[in-house]
Design a protein around this ligand. Sequence first.
Ligand code: MEV
Length: 312
Amino acid sequence: TRKALGEAHSKLILVGEHAVVYGKPAIAIPFPLKVRSIVEESSGNIMFESAVYTGPIDSMPMRMKGISECIKETLHYLGKPLEGLRIRIDSAIPLGRGLGSSAAVAVALVRSLFSFCGQEPSQRELFSFVQIAETHAHGKPSGIDMAAVSSECPIWFEREKEPIPVKTNGPLYIVASDTGRIGDTRIAVENVRKRYLLEPEKVEKSLEKIGKIVDEAKNALLNGDMYLLGQLLNRNQEELISLGVSDDGLNRLIERARNAGALGAKLTGGGLGGCMIALADSLESARIISSELMKSGAFRSWYFSSQDDSLY
Ligand code: MEV
């Protein structure tokens, strides 16, 4: 039987989450946890298989409506009938942890459907179909997740603009730790919006500061100045706290990481649960920070070098 594969990886937002929704820039990097989508010829209705749901795409639960819409629109565009396929999603990316799992699943899915038809989507085609799934999952996402999970290098992202590769001088040693609590990005984005309505000057000031931090971070990356980059992560975290998207669990891990030798640390992604990241000055230091975070109650912790595909 005919078979095709599509892949994507997860992502970490280095600096700029939330402010990116309001048109500020953000920088995201690839995170080497992967998802694969395998499409096979079969008979009858389109069947979907994943850890979350297995069955015909027409009976998907409400929260997966975006995925079924995305499949239908993509097949329609490719001129394929809505039958005779089996789609299997095989993902190593935990859900709802700010790692871009929903965007990564959709990117892998669209790539696999195109590949099944002997095609490769352009970036524009890819984003337009992934956007269907993301809009259902997140409301009004900035688009940074889908840009980041489909890019092989760090990106500079601004809403409605083409993502730009970011140059880095030397590897980044990053620790990512999961609080173990699902962070609902949709709710976090909505909370910031409500706060904006209540205290527009204060929120505007935070967003401005974050925009400047992201700009400085781009230069720190270019110059390989990891000490400055660490400080920028810390300053970004202060603004995320003032936007109301951090929480005690995240703050505790961030504090622990700093005490264990991190150059800087902050939440990553939507916040209110989910993951935090720390910047280390070596792989060995990243290993120590990671093990400290596990001792301090992190649910999971990874570390890696940005110039290497291995994840520890
Ligand atoms: C989620 O990874 C990043 C947010 O800025 C939301 C978005 O950009 O759509 C919190």
